[in-house]
Write a protein of this length. Structure first.
Length: 88
């Protein structure tokens, strides 16, 4: 039993840093892409929020400040509960 717990603990210590680094890298990618996407938005905080959500799920953000959604079909096809586009 102690061997199993020790093994799990060591495995967790080995895998955790790589997971945290990957998560942080993905977050900075989305932050920078969404800042560009939302540069001309009227309601910047809302745009950044929804762009960030869509980016994390889709792993991409269309180029430019408007349109170009054909570059990222997942981003394009996300809908809110009213059936309107979720992603800016």
């Amino acid at each position: 039993m102690k061997l199993l717990l020790t093994t799990l603990l060591l495995l967790t210590l080995v895998l955790t840093p790589s997971f945290i680094q990957t998560t942080m890298a993905g977050s900075s990618y989305c932050d920078s892409k969404c800042k560009l996407r939302c540069a001309k938005a009227g309601v910047m905080d809302r745009c950044l929020k929804y762009c960030g959500i869509c980016c994390e799920e889709c792993k991409c953000v269309p180029s430019g400040t408007y349109g170009n959604k054909h570059e990222c079909p997942c981003y394009r096809d996300k809908k809110n509960n009213k059936g309107k586009p979720k992603c800016p």
